[in-house]
Design a protein around this ligand. Sequence first.
Ligand SMILES: Nc1nc2c(c(=O)[nH]1)N[C@H]1C(S)=C(S)[C@@H](COP(=O)(O)O)O[C@H]1N2
Ligand SMILES: [Mo]
Length: 320
Amino acid sequence: MLIRSKRGWELPESDATDERIFHSRRNLIKGLASGAVLAASMPVFGKTTENENLNYSFSVPVKNNRYKLDRELTPHKLATTYNNFYEFGSHKQISADAQKLKTHPWMITIDGLVEEKIKINAHELFKHFNFEERVYRFRCVEAWSMALPWIGFPLAELVKMAKPTSDAKYLVMRSFQDPKIASGQRQFWYPWPYLEALTVAEAKNELAFIATGVYGKPIPNQMGAPLRLVVPWKYGFKSIKSIISFTFTKIRPKTFWETIQPAEYGFWANVNPLVSHPRWSQKTERPLGKTTRIKTLLYNGYEEYVAYMYKNLVTENLFR
Ligand SMILES: Nc1nc2c(c(=O)[nH]1)N[C@H]1C(S)=C(S)[C@@H](COP(=O)(O)O)O[C@H]1N2
Ligand SMILES: [Mo]
């Protein structure tokens, strides 16, 4: 018998398939309807005339050793070649295609329930913050995981700068939209642009991080250049890439995955090994590059930092 051996990152997830779903007619129609509504209200990401992506410079990051890892860092090669970025296709090998994204200039809007609306170029925005490096675990809902050295600044700093009004309960984030370069966005049944949200309390939590770099360098396109969210106690799909807007709202929005498959992907999506995904167990995970699985931790090991935020939310479905 011939068994072709594959390397780790080529392996299809064995006990977890993926976030892609096989669209029933109903889903297709639903997707179409919400897509049309969103398209009408979304700003389209402006085209640039630049040919080269400029590397964003960030002030020399200070190492923040407060957050400890219980595992090795994921090899750079794996983290940069095994990615989820549906704008460039619903498979993991999007790193080459993602290079088409022009990340300079990159306009960011901060609006909604704020004292004053801000429209600013990413490199100008970045000047307002002190950069640091911190290591985090990262757990995809598909049951693979990583450990990464991010560079960036706490999302709380951006919230402070934005000065949300007391009515603001949620922070809504949207990714770029440019179907000319992002082939996945021509799959019109998805509700583009990718949208995620946190409560303002979560956005102010010390762990919520905006990454502009990783492994000592500016973040590569496939990982969400020029800025992406990292919320390590939640499943990976919450950590939205290539953000163009931060909007403070009173009302909880429907997120990208919640719109597509509400029974599987909710608003909270906190990691919990005891709450299975409808199609697979969440008890264990496969660190990229490893063949043996390890136990998944409650809140991905960050319970002491985040559990207080969920104490009174007894009626909410916190773990999907
Ligand atoms: N805009 C956008 N952000 C996204 C995604 C996406 O498809 N589009 N995928 C999410 C999912 S499912 C995961 S697991 C992580 C993957 O991040 P990585 O490719 O840097 O490992 O990005 C998240 N952010
Ligand atoms: Mo994911």
